[in-house]
Design a binder for this molecule. Structure first.
Ligand SMILES: [Zn+2]
Length: 391
């Protein structure tokens, strides 16, 4: 076989791979693997080409099958599905809009014709640039010791679950000087939602740059670490969606561990803000938007959140969706509390879930790269630094 597909890589995901070298150009068909969950969306794999590849050919056709079976897809929005590719020599690059293939039975497949890797070479394809432990390590290295990494427990599979922090402070510091503002952030409760991680990455780089001016900040960068590493999409993943597992008692070991960590954090600061980073459905192209607490259910919390929404919208400019503050009224498989519910009710802390599109913003006028996501994070940091209570 001229080509080989490897999904057994970190954060890898592909199902039902079929390689047809007889088409012109050769076709590599694949589906997103649900990995046992009800929803599928994330994919990420490497294509390797034989060193003595024949026929020679310089193109390959990627075929994403069963588009309408993917999470939150719409038949009229296929053009918004814009995966990324990279070679060992180049950084992630977003593909153009796909060719839409309407099958006689009503299904839709999506195709892209791309440059083939050279004989003996490889390329990676993913829904969105992956972000995992290696990127967290890079962030720590680039910010020269500003962020400490500590395990706060283990995941259900027994891996250490890491929390980053800029300083620990102590409960007695808070007693003496009760105006230490505190920020707690979490990303990847849904493992495949990597735009959220890239935004958080940019935010943390900006807070590191601000040094002592930054609030006491504790972060869980990869909350569902097991799912991240095994390449799950993770939204509504079984046995229990992590972002619905925040009640008393918590329904996942990760939320149990993080709840206890948040209590330690809250003893050391005055919680001013909690942020939870996600990505919406893959067709969304309007820009970044938020889920604040419902104003009917939690009017007091909503009053505390609204000024943050105004500030964020202002700094985000062209990256913000017109419909910026939305109500999470879509049907959920679990109606139990979210991370934001927990932060709000337990610490009276304004808490916001932030949704960053996979590929596009400003109705497609901005094609998002990691650089854009990091810029969004930098702008959020700018708003936090400008509006935190004075220490
Ligand atoms: Zn999510």
């Amino acid at each position: 076989m001229t080509y080989r597909v490897r999904e057994d890589i970190s954060m890898g995901n592909a199902a039902d791979v079929r390689i047809d070298p007889a088409t012109s150009p050769p076709t590599i068909a694949f589906s997103a693997h649900p990995h046992g969950g009800p929803e599928a969306l994330w994919f990420h794999f490497r294509i390797e080409r034989d060193p003595d590849a024949s026929p020679p050919g310089n193109q390959v056709r990627l075929l994403l099958r069963h588009y309408l079976s993917l999470a939150y897809t719409h038949p009229d929005m296929t053009a918004n599905i814009r995966p990324v590719i990279r070679t060992p020599a180049s950084d992630w690059r977003r593909l153009e809009a796909p060719q839409r293939i309407d099958l006689p039975d009503g299904q839709i497949d999506l195709a892209w014709t791309i440059a083939a890797p050279p004989p003996g070479g490889s390329l990676e394809i993913a829904l969105c640039p992956p972000y995992g432990p290696q990127e967290v390590e890079q962030l720590i290295a680039d910010t020269t010791g500003y962020w400490h990494a500590d395990p706060i427990g283990v995941t259900p599979a027994g891996r250490p679950l890491t929390r980053l922090s800029n300083r620990y402070s102590s409960p007695s510091d808070q007693t003496k000087s009760p105006n230490t503002p505190g920020l707690y952030m979490i990303a990847r409760q849904h493992a495949g939602e990597t735009p959220g991680s890239w935004v958080l990455d940019g935010l943390l780089r900006a807070l590191a740059h601000a040094g002592d001016r930054s609030p006491l900040t504790w972060i869980i960068p990869l909350a569902d670490l097991d799912a991240v590493l095994q390449g799950d999409y993770g939204k509504d993943r079984f046995p229990y969606d992590l972002n619905r597992a925040w009640g008393h008692p918590p329904m996942r070991h990760e939320s149990l561990v993080i709840q206890r960590d948040m209590r330690r954090w809250a003893q050391r600061c005055t919680p001013i803000l909690a942020l939870d980073f996600h990505a919406p459905g893959p067709c969304e192209d309007t820009g970044l938007y938020c889920y604040p607490p419902d104003e009917k259910e939690s009017p007091k919390l909503r009053d505390k959140v609204d000024p943050w929404l105004t500030r964020f919208r202002e700094v985000l400019g062209e990256y913000a969706a017109e419909n910026f503050a939305r109500t999470g009224n879509y049907r959920s498989r679990w109606e139990t509390p979210t991370f934001c519910d927990f932060a709000g009710h337990e610490f009276n802390c304004p808490a916001i879930a932030i949704e960053t599109c996979y590929a596009l913003a400003d109705h497609g006028r901005i094609v998002l790269t990691p650089h854009h996501y990091q810029e969004i994070g930098r702008r959020l940091a700018q708003a936090i630094l400008a509006h935190q209570p004075q220490i």
